[in-house]
Design a protein around this ligand. Sequence first.
Ligand SMILES: Cc1ncc(COP(=O)(O)O)c(C=O)c1O
Length: 394
Amino acid sequence: MEESLSRLTRLAFARESNDYLHKDVDELSLVEDLKKKYGLKRVHRLDVGKNIDGFSPLIQDVLETPELLGLVTGSLTEYPENSYLRLRRQLALHHDIPPEWFVFGAGLESVIDHIARAVLDPGDFVLIPVPNFDVFENVSFRMGASLCFTELFNLRWDGNTVERLCGQMRDGAYRLLWISNPINPTGQHIPADAIETLLSLASKTGTLLVVDEAYGEYGDTPDRIRSASALLKTYPNLMVLRTFSKIHCLPSARVGYMASSSEALRRAVNTYRPMFPFSWFSLYMAQLAVLDTDYVNEIRRRNQERKDRFWARIQREDSGLHAFEFLDSDTNTLMFRHADLGADALHGFLAAHGFLTANLNRLTGIRNQGFLRMTLHGDAVNEEFLDACRKVTC
Ligand SMILES: Cc1ncc(COP(=O)(O)O)c(C=O)c1O
């Protein structure tokens, strides 16, 4: 049957996957098997980047009302609302842009896929600073694009990164530049002036720029969002992405969105959107989440305080963690590695002690460099995790 598949699909098959978790892995069984094999009471999912404090109490309140059953039952028998008028209006206020500038999808992963389909032709050049969210390269590759990677020096984005990306854009005809901000997996926040420098040049070289702010809320402040959406009015070549999966802690709702001032781009991406990407229930949850800015501010504050305490622990003289290198991050996730133990062995060791982490050893830009990524939890779990790290012997 393989011969009936498209050339691009067969090419995609031939490419080694760099996902840290394969699509067909039964995650629940994985966790149960670990428990059985190592006699663990609990396995902590430090591999998932969502906020560990859960969703807004506004959502909890709604879930506890007796009317909920009726609402859910009623909504299941109808196709969901798919013009998203109310959510559009809410997000428009939040980003200070017109409501019609939004396009929605079943999580950002779908939106990213729709963008690639909408703008890439086979043979187009795509620019990706790496390490980065691997879905960018996967979807671009599936469209037959030629991938050009720019490696970050010392895994940090700096002025030099912008210069090198600008140099590449001047020298070649790039259709698309993919950026995540904060960067997944390093967690580093890229300053707005760097984005604007890239955008300004990209608008002259005919390059589209995607700024994926899946973790963007970690960089916002209590009174102002710090989003590239502020640049949309000036730059029609910009697409800004956000999701309800991370700080809002609604990954199962599968609600993600793109904002763009270009009618052509919005129409193009919408063309690939299914008619009903997510359920009515998901939409309702997202509408509630976006209302509760106090909660988002609270989660950001808690995360910062936890991170400060975590850093204080690992930087102590007597931490017992000197063989470990942790990278500072502006989000709730941290990359780390061990001086002597490879990523696969370290990943297996931590899993055997009840901590699932994201294994980044196959990620472009940091392949075979031994890195894993963990999501910060509460102090007690973080401390247990560090205890497990202290037990590593080579
Ligand atoms: C940078 C980035 N973009 C997009 C996504 C996908 O998010 P969603 O759950 O909305 O598909 C993730 C999730 O890990 C991410 O880290």
